[in-house]
Design a protein around this ligand. Structure first.
Ligand SMILES: Nc1ncnc2c1ncn2[C@@H]1O[C@H](COP(=O)(O)OP(=O)(O)OP(=O)(O)O)[C@@H](O)[C@H]1O
Ligand SMILES: [Mg+2]
Length: 114
């Protein structure tokens, strides 16, 4: 099981949600977050000039999938839907997920995801 976290532009929320829906990824958690990447929230940094770090609003998706095959499909869907080509498009982080339980049925592991 793999946990995928994707930080995307606010205005890409609908596109990413639809892309995930299309490949039939069902379990999704979404957060409104603030963050910065290597531009520290600014599109341009003047070299040598001290600039405060500015946090920009972003959307974070969390998705747990059952296999590497689903991981690949999910990453591809997010990358394509969230892409503009300009700085600030976001990042996708993946982690090994140790355990999952569906509370209603007490199912664990991949049975709790599918
Ligand atoms: N190393 C990181 N650790 C945690 N969160 C990050 C990291 N890099 C980016 N983020 C999150 O992703 C958001 C978007 O980052 P962003 O796309 O600007 O990354 P970047 O590395 O600066 O790439 P780009 O050059 O395309 O802008 C940030 O606002 C932050 O929330
Ligand atoms: Mg950036």
């Amino acid at each position: 099981m793999i946990k995928i976290e994707a930080i995307v532009r606010e205005d890409k929320f609908e596109d990413v949600k639809e892309a995930l829906n299309k490949i039939e990824v069902n379990g999704i958690t979404v957060y409104q977050v603030m963050g910065c990447g290597k531009q520290k929230g600014h599109i341009e940094l003047v070299r040598g000039t001290e600039v405060d770090i500015t946090m920009l609003p972003k959307i974070k998706f969390e998705i747990v999938v059952s296999s590497e095959e689903w991981e690949e499909k999910t990453i591809k869907a997010i990358q394509e839907a969230a892409y503009t080509g300009s700085p600030g498009d976001g990042k996708i982080f993946c982690y090994d997920m140790r355990s999952v339980m569906r509370i209603r049925t007490k199912e664990t592991g991949t049975a709790a995801i599918n």
